[in-house]
Design a protein around this ligand. Structure first.
Ligand code: 5AD
Ligand code: SF4
Length: 369
């Protein structure tokens, strides 16, 4: 009897994977697939990746610029009201040194991420850093920003100074759930956040978004809608990963209603795989949060459809203060030895590191054509 049910499930997964367009019910079914069905899903995602974006995996050196944040997201360890955090800002010299490290290793790109700040000093500082990095790399280093919501003129200034990609996670596309995760005020406004993604696109950025997976009260329907949301707004890039609770945040109170960590991990891999199938030529990052659950989590993400890895190149002394969530890998694993190991694993998984390429999302260029 059980074998019979398994067979039906497998056939249904295969039927769904053969469709040219997936609807919400199809996606929910895939998110709930058993291990055998999941293997079909992962294989299909891997094939899709090879066919549409190829074997290349791009390294982006991640610089966690500062943990100073004006926002108060209920889930995040560096939220404004967490007084236990020692706040830091990486110096300009250290940012330039990190960018040079990525450049010398031929990684092609860096990502500058930080808590959200809208003050003049911050905006000017970023603009100057962008100009410097563009100049020392002679424009060869792609620069992605992940600096939260800003005014359209700020997006424009940073774009003019050399940034070409921008990541702004919607966190969840469900408005009700969004307000369970954020205070309901002008700083945390669901519609404004969606609007910001459009503004980024209009400014000329390759625009990315993403969600957290396994949030308290999040259903598989919510997750299916998240994927369809990304498809509808036609993003170029995505970074998404499991939600990991942090004890110094308000959302810690819901820790007992969470899915087990392993389930959140599996769901995250399924989300990556389905996104690859429904948005074939975008860039998908294998998130650090996957690695926080499983030391090889990011490589697993690569096997099921992701094509970007963001090794952390923030100076090690700051790492313990950028704790967005519990279990964030604290010691920099991104030493030369570790990178060689990562390279080997990616090659075993059938990938090649895209050294020397910026690795812009093909989707961006394909849309223009
Ligand atoms: N668990 C997982 N991801 C988190 N982020 C923030 N807090 C957490 C958490 N507790 C993610 C958010 C944010 C990104 C910088 O880090 O998605 O956009
Ligand atoms: Fe700030 Fe981002 Fe954390 Fe929200 S998720 S508190 S905006 S760093």
């Amino acid at each position: 009897m059980i074998a019979f049910i398994r067979e039906i499930m497998k056939n249904q997964v295969v039927d769904i994977l053969n469709k040219s367009e997936l609807n919400k019910e199809d996606i929910v079914f895939l998110l709930n697939a058993d291990p055998e069905g999941t293997q079909y899903l992962f294989n299909k995602a891997h094939e899709t990746k090879l066919k549409y974006v190829g074997k290349y995996i791009y390294f982006r050196g991640l610089i966690e610029l500062s943990n100073v944040c004006s926002k108060n997201c209920y889930y995040c360890g560096i939220r404004r009201d967490n007084k236990k955090v020692e706040r830091y800002s990486v110096t300009d010299e250290e940012v330039i040194a990190a960018a040079t490290y990525a450049l010398n290793r031929n990684w092609g790109s860096i990502v500058i991420q930080s808590g959200e700040r809208q003050d003049k000093e911050f905006i000017n500082r970023i603009e100057n850093l962008l100009k410097k990095i563009t100049s020392i790399s002679e424009g060869k280093l792609g620069i992605t920003l992940s600096l939260g919501e800003q005014k359209p003129e700020v997006y424009k200034r940073w774009h003019n100074a050399g940034a070409t990609r921008y990541l702004l996670r919607i966190e969840t596309s469900d408005k009700n759930l969004f307000y369970k995760m954020h205070p309901e005020d002008t700083l945390h406004d669901f519609e404004k956040r969606i609007q910001a993604i459009y503004e980024l696109r209009n400014t000329g950025y390759m625009a990315g978004t993403g969600v957290m997976i396994g949030l308290p009260y999040q259903t598989t329907e919510n997750l299916a809608n998240d994927l369809l949301f990304m498809k509808n707004i036609d993003i170029d890039m995505c970074g998404m990963g499991p939600y990991l609770e942090h004890e110094d945040t308000p959302l810690w109170k819901d820790k007992d209603v969470l899915l087990p960590v392993q389930k959140r991990y599996e769901l995250s891999l399924k989300m990556i795989a389905i996104l690859r199938i429904i948005m074939k030529d975008i860039n998908i990052a294998s998130s650090t949060a996957l690695q926080a659950i499983d030391p090889h989590g990011r490589e697993e993400g690569i096997k099921v459809g992701a094509n970007v890895i963001m090794p952390n190149i923030t100076p090690v002394k700051y790492h313990s203060n950028y704790n967005l969530y519990k279990g964030k890998p604290e010691i920099a694993p991104e030493t030369d030895n570790y990178i060689r190991e990562l390279e080997k694993q990616i090659e075993t998984a059938g990938g090649i590191i895209g050294y020397g390429f910026k690795g812009d999302p093909l989707h961006f260029n394909n849309r223009k054509e």
